[in-house]
Design a protein around this ligand. Structure first.
Ligand code: FES
Length: 109
């Protein structure tokens, strides 16, 4: 794995979250307080790009069908409203190591 420089820490903290391209992946990065989170940014339901940051729940919400993913472990914790009986255990998103380095957010991918 390799650390990849993404957006500035200042820009991320102003936005709260952002989906960025890291190699062949799209990664959803979020800053909540002093902590950083990074999960795959492509929704495992129907491939929409994440999403709305739910700060109080530490979740990313997909805007297409409102599935929600835990930022700490990538697990789907709320199913898409169009598929309420979907097997959420099989739809977790990859979690990436993330850090701030010299004013930029870096993701290990
Ligand atoms: S594509 Fe994300 S919930 Fe459907």
């Amino acid at each position: 794995m390799t650390w990849h420089k993404t957006i500035s820490a200042k820009a991320l903290r102003a936005a709260g979250a952002s989906s960025v391209r890291v190699g062949d992946d799209v990664v959803y990065i979020a800053a909540v307080g002093e902590k950083l989170y990074a999960i795959n940014g492509v929704c495992s339901h129907a491939k929409c790009i994440l999403g709305v940051l739910e700060v109080d729940k530490l979740r990313a919400k997909c805007q297409c069908h409102h599935a929600e993913f835990n930022l700490t472990d990538g697990k789907m914790v709320v199913p898409p409203y169009v598929s309420p009986d979907i097997l959420m255990d099989k739809l977790s998103l990859k979690v990436y190591p993330v850090r701030e380095e010299n004013g930029f957010i870096e993701v290990d991918a």
